[in-house]
Design a protein around this ligand. Structure first.
Ligand code: SDX
Length: 429
């Protein structure tokens, strides 16, 4: 805490509020005493100017286009490490030693199977159920199977629940996909790395051996790293709020998945591909740019804009590189990539997007890459959820382990009816 104070003059009274400094990024005005001292709340729907917590996990500088996981630039982690190394870093705060990495890989790998009865859950869904609906339900159902790791006050149980969640989310995701196409579930294999195991569980069929494409697997692993955490975004804030009531971690992650599903958040990657398919060809781009700028048209350029990044999302640049690598490796030419590149070029030179600082975000290119890998559009946000599970868990763990954490309970500006007496129905006209 710095000695600096913020002075607030209200109703002829001046109150002083402490200013708190972090290790990087904006200072914060500590308003915890405001209501007690003034009887007033602050008003900040959408939390555009509100720090909801203190955290040591992820730092974003939206103006500079910087993203750090525990201080390490996302570009370096994506280039030099793998997803499970990033998971360890987010969970424990430091890069693992070789022995720690081997132990963590071993623990995660050996928790990838789910209880055999989980398979029956899927039978209740229509085959064409959206896989995010299946994920919300099946992840929430994990709390019905793993009572031995739902006591959040026990650090050992928190660690077991964290390990189980990170390990099992790809298995459930693959099962949701297999169920949707009427294929048998494929069990995990312990001799495969995280991304390769998921690819095999998703695309292998019992009647032939499945060979993992190492370039595709490495690209998917990198995509998981890019999506692993992102400070206090909507779904992470949902997980923190759910966890603040003491709800078990599986239920909190199910809440995070539900929030991520929205097209303004993680659902944008699915929406981007639908938008690119609707645009279809480069010559139709100007029409859609005009719609995106038209106040009376609800259409938005999906994959563009961000609450925090007012510069290029560093993940989008890495995603674009990965898209090119995967298309080259698979010998594919996707006309939608040409549409996306031209759409980006035009938008980045358009005054509307420049003035509003709207740049491509991580979702703009991820859909093209995932489509090239063979994933149906409806599974794109599921893959986002696989990667983000470690971020949700790390943020939930940080909150639970914070001795000062309290149940989240925001207030409101009430503008409804003032007090009035009940009118019996026979007296109402
Ligand atoms: C993710 O928070 C995170 O960190 C999220 C995420 C993560 O890793 O967790 O990064 C992942 O969710 C990325 C964002 C994916 N969503 C989309 O791509 C959907 C399209 N983008 C928008 O809906 C929007 O940009 C948001 C939701 C991402 C951000 O919205 P904000 O910060 O609330 O900004 P806003 O809606 O107030 O927009 C500011 C202005 C508005 O114009 P004015 O009312 O000021 O005239 O910019 C305009 C908006 O109309 N605008 C757009 C636009 N996004 C904002 N106009 C056209 N196309 C767009 N995409």
């Amino acid at each position: 805490m710095s000695d600096e104070k913020g002075s607030l003059g209200l109703g002829g009274k001046t109150i002083e509020l402490p200013v708190m400094q972090g290790s990087m990024g904006p200072e914060v005005l500590d308003i915890r005493s405001l209501y007690g001292e003034t009887g007033m709340f602050t008003f900040d729907p959408g939390f555009t100017s509100t720090a909801s917590c203190e955290s040591k996990i992820t730092f974003i500088d939206g103006d500079a286009g910087v993203l750090l996981y525990r201080g390490y630039p996302i570009e370096q982690l994506a280039e030099h490490g793998d997803f499970l190394e990033t998971c360890y870093l987010l969970l424990y705060g430091e890069l693992p030693t070789p022995a720690q990495k081997a132990d963590f890989d071993y623990r995660i790998t050996r928790h990838t199977m789910v209880h055999e009865q989980m398979a029956r859950f899927f039978q209740g869904f229509r085959r064409d159920a959206h896989p995010m609906a299946v994920m919300v339900a099946s992840v929430g159902a994990l709390s019905a199977f793993y009572h031995d790791s739902t006591n959040i006050a026990d650090p050992t149980q928190r660690m077991i629940a964290s390990t189980r969640m990170i390990a099992k989310i790809p298995t459930l995701a693959a099962m949701a996909y297999k169920y949707s196409i009427g294929h048998p579930f494929v069990y995990p294999k312990n001799d495969l790395d995280y991304a390769s195991n998921f690819l095999r569980m998703t695309f292998a069929v019992p009647c032939e051996d499945y060979k993992v494409n190492q370039i595709v697997s490495r690209a998917l692993d990198r995509i998981f790293i890019l999506h692993a955490d992102h400070e206090q975004n909507a779904s992470t804030s949902t997980v923190r709020l759910a966890g603040s009531s003491g709800a078990n971690p599986f239920a909190c992650i199910a809440a995070g998945i539900a929030s991520l599903w929205g097209p303004a958040h993680g659902g944008a990657n699915e929406a981007v591909l639908k938008m690119l398919e609707e645009i279809g060809t480069v010559d139709r781009i100007p029409h859609f740019i005009a719609r995106a700028k038209d106040k009376n048209d609800p259409f938005r350029l999906m994959g563009f804009g961000h609450r925090v990044y007012k510069n290029y999302d560093p993940r989008a640049k890495l995603m674009q590189q990965t898209t090119r690598e995967v298309l080259r490796e698979l010998g594919l030419k996707d006309p939608l990539l040409e549409v996306a590149l031209e759409l980006e070029r035009i938008a980045l030179h358009d005054d509307y997007f420049i003035e509003k600082k709207l740049y491509p975000n991580i979702d703009f290119y991820s859909g093209i890459t995932l489509k090239a890998m063979g994933f149906p559009t409806t599974t794109f946000t599921v893959l986002f959820a696989i990667a983000r599970t470690v971020g949700w868990i790390a943020q939930w763990k940080e909150m639970i382990e914070d001795p000062g954490s309290k149940i989240g309970r925001p207030r409101q500006l009430y503008t409804g009816a003032t007090r009035r007496d009940y009118t019996p129905i026979n007296k109402r006209s």
